[in-house]
Design a protein around this ligand. Structure first.
Ligand SMILES: *[C@@H]1O[C@H](CO)[C@@H](O)[C@H](O)[C@H]1NC(C)=O
Ligand SMILES: *[C@@H]1O[C@H](CO)[C@@H](O)[C@H](O)[C@H]1NC(C)=O
Ligand SMILES: *[C@@H]1O[C@H](CO)[C@@H](O)[C@H](O)[C@H]1NC(C)=O
Ligand SMILES: *[C@@H]1O[C@H](CO)[C@@H](O)[C@H](O)[C@H]1NC(C)=O
Length: 468
């Protein structure tokens, strides 16, 4: 993902089953009472009587029937109004996280409890969105074994992730393919086409321009979006648990620095997603670099190389079918200096610049869908990392208070206990008690105060907010 010498995925020497799965992007981000357990087999069944008594209870408890009252029995889709994400008619500002590993961890019964535990922990912290991978192409426990061939076991694992998120009141931002090699990515698609003798070129970027590979990918998208969840009975495209679709994680097309190839591909794919699914928001998965013709390439991009990657924040995000933009924040991988203050200033400028673009130029919400501060840097300290994260969270909070376009931020990345194979230089286990835990909890509480308590807010979260 990075051009600098420092690798975001440093654990290459570790051995184990998961070795091939552990790159940074091979690595993935919670409210609650609401859902009674509606586990395996029963489908989505809300007993009318239960709903009525729930409503009566709320009415008696609170004396009004605001759509946002807790204990509500239906989820609604996250929508957009101009520069803001909206939930139940109110602006929605996100404090969330990445846990890319949910699906691969849900394949085996033995590791599934980690997924539930992570979602529960997120809900307790008041986090509302987790970003995770809805792809694994041709790799160990692949969802897509080869073009158009799917492993039903793995699909059921993804069903489980979505059903479990729904129960915990967490929404999922689901990514559909990787630009990077981890979990298959565009390299795997190119390899498939090559193996079948229909690939035009062995360049990884032929993923973007080869017509047969485009149809492989569209077929994949269609299969996922129209999948009927075997646990809830709801088609993915009709499931409000899904915040939206992210077309591709960190797309770059360096063989065409003009940006035309990637732009063309994104136009086609975003239109295709919208054609298949009218309910969900669509985003790209960009890192957020300004393109070659944008003056901000010189003033805001971390360094010169960033405008030569074939991606262009303004042009790409301007596509009509893209509902909100995505931006990543990795100062320690992007800048050559380790000076913490310089890095901090970069982050502030980077975020303000994109939020301003979202408000004035693009008129779309801006989601910082990954941010991280590596523990490999010289003189790393948890307190520096927390200062960096607090800076990011403060900017989102101010955006929320002012109804601006900065729609939220998702930290990279949370792991559960005993997941060494998934560790990178950013991971943390956010269990209760750590100072980082309180940092995130605090952000959730103050966002909830600004935008109103979300429909499925976990009771222990609301209680925790009263104590801080
Ligand atoms: C959408 O946003 C505009 C401007 O921010 C505001 O005037 C309008 O009331 C909003 N509409 C809804 C449905 O919230
Ligand atoms: C494609 O990407 C893979 C994995 O990053 C790399 O090993 C390979 O050399 C690339 N192929 C070409 C032709 O650039
Ligand atoms: C690391 O800390 C040492 C001792 O405090 C200091 O001399 C050095 O300049 C620091 N290095 C960086 C890159 O900040
Ligand atoms: C932001 O929008 C909400 C609802 O749309 C409104 O109640 C609130 O007053 C606005 N805040 C500011 C600072 O404009």
């Amino acid at each position: 993902m990075i051009l600098s010498e420092r690798s975001k995925y440093p654990n290459q020497s570790k051995k184990g089953v998961w070795e091939s799965l552990q790159s940074p992007k091979s690595r993935c981000s919670p409210p609650s009472c609401i859902y009674r357990r509606m586990v395996a087999g029963n489908g989505l069944f809300y007993p009318i009587l239960g709903f009525v008594s729930c409503v009566v209870f709320i009415y008696m408890s609170f004396g009004d029937l605001r759509p946002s009252s807790r204990e509500e029995a239906t989820l609604s889709f996250v929508k957009r109004n101009e520069t803001q994400l909206m939930l139940d008619g109110r602006p929605f500002y996100i404090n969330g996280w990445n846990s890319y590993w949910f699906m691969v961890h849900s394949v085996d019964e033995s590791s599934r409890p980690r997924v539930r535990a992570m979602l529960q922990a997120g809900a307790k912290m008041g986090l509302t969105v987790c970003r995770t991978w809805a792809f694994n192409d041709g790799d160990y426990n692949a969802l897509q074994i080869s073009p158009g061939r799917f492993d039903e076991r793995v699909f059921q694992a993804l069903d489980y992730v979505i059903a479990e998120a729904r129960q915990q009141g967490i929404r999922l931002l689901l990514a559909l393919v990787n630009n990077l090699h981890a979990y298959g990515g565009k390299t795997q698609y190119v390899k498939w086409a090559w193996e079948e003798g229909i690939g035009l070129s062995s360049s990884n970027d032929s993923f973007f321009y080869d017509p047969s590979i485009r149809s492989y990918f569209k077929n994949y998208v269609k299969t996922v979006l129209t999948r009927k969840n075997t646990i809830t009975g709801v088609e993915y495209r009709n499931d409000p648990t899904i915040l939206g679709w992210e077309i591709i994680n960190e797309p770059r097309c360096m063989t065409d620095p003009s940006g035309d190839t990637l732009q063309d591909w994104l136009e086609e794919m975003s239109a295709f997603v919208k054609l298949t699914d009218k309910n969900h928001l669509v985003t790209i998965g960009l890192e957020g670099f300004y393109g070659p013709n944008d003056p901000k390439g010189h003033t805001v991009n971390p360094e010169e190389w960033a405008s030569r990657l074939g991606s262009d924040f303004i042009r790409n995000s301007g596509i009509a079918n893209i509902d909100f933009t995505s931006v990543h924040i990795y100062p320690d991988h992007w800048l050559k200096t380790y000076d913490f203050e310089v890095n901090l200033r970069f982050v502030t400028k980077w975020m303000h610049s994109h939020i301003e673009d979202g408000g004035k130029v693009l008129k779309k919400p801006v989601l910082f869908s990954e941010y991280g501060w590596s523990d490999l840097i010289k003189n790393f300290s948890v307190s520096d990392r927390e200062r960096m994260y607090r800076t990011i969270l403060d900017i989102i909070y101010k955006s929320a208070k002012k109804n601006r376009s900065g729609a939220g931020a998702l930290v990279w990345q949370f792991l559960g206990e005993g997941m060494n194979e998934f560790e990178d230089d950013f991971w943390m286990i956010p269990w209760k008690g750590s100072s980082t835990y309180f940092l995130f909890l605090q952000q959730s509480c103050r966002l909830a105060k600004v935008t109103g308590w979300s429909t499925q807010q976990d009771r222990s979260f609301t209680d925790a907010c009263k104590k801080i």
